[in-house]
Write a protein that binds this ligand. Sequence first.
Ligand code: FNR
Length: 330
Amino acid sequence: MSNRKDDHIKYALTYKAPYNSFDDMELIHSSLPQYDLSDIDLSTHFAGRDWEFPFYINAMTGGSSKARSINQKLAQVAESCDLLFVTGSYSAALKNSNDDSYDVRKIAPEVLLGTNIGLDKPVELGLQTVAAMRPLLLQVHLNLMQELLMPEGERTFKTWRSHLTDYASQISVPLILKEVGFGMDIKTVEYGLESGIQTFDISGRGGTSFAYIENERGGNRSYLNNWGQSTVQTLLNLQTLTNQAEILASGGVRNPLDMVKAFVLGAKAVGLSRTILELVERYPAGKVIEIVNGWKEDLRLIMCALNCQNLSELRLVDYLLYGKLSEANR
Ligand code: FNR
């Protein structure tokens, strides 16, 4: 029997999203600069702490030997590049106490480590996860459509809202309420804020599609593969909340230009899954580290070309929307 986590990796890598909303957004550049390249500051703040760089390796895997080697490599890259690394959902280890696929500190003792769990899990399992992993933060994911499409998925959902209140009041590390690539809607963010959550990874459509993954795993509802809202549309929908909520963006982020577009729309940081998975599958860790460090230089370069010294100044950059984004936001 194939391992579910290994299927996720396999189908995430074979999927090519038909549409990426970052392609429909163009930034208005500046011809006359005020800053030198060395003036540009990439630092950011979210989940209760300062971060040197505004992007992170987002939740992917755990629970198989392939997952172990991927997690180890991702942790090595993150440690070397001073990036946050969030493991995949800890649920596999909660079912199997011998699971060491999340135990990346053996390889990368100084890594900035976060972990992840589904909101279907009661807070007792969240507490167990935090005790076992001692993470800097806990992502709590919302994956409703994925559960619905999985034959073995959850069928009862009414507990999720009370779980959210329990997590907000009982988990001792900062929480991030997270989508998995369908785009978080404004009502969910508002409900999260009311429940005491401050930070949201709105993970939109445009990169990994869990609808596609579940349909490839044996589902027959491929007409739902494009379910949800694109990452840029999701960010546009949340513009009224960017002062109250810490918005993090993920979903289809391929390069530093996509990252900067998300910052212009108010994201405090961006998460990458598929893009970085592809790199660690293709190259040795040393080469991935070189590429990722290159992204930091490229972020500085793009910010300089927009005449912005830091992420807050990026908020003032004008932009144009084309295609679907322009139709939806007239
Ligand atoms: C994921 N994602 C994910 N999210 C989560 O909250 N918990 C998880 O365990 C996983 N597992 C997982 C496995 C694999 C192989 C991939 C590619 C992704 C979702 C991920 O964190 C992110 O929200 C989406 O993948 C969208 O970002 P990308 O892939 O388009 O950069």
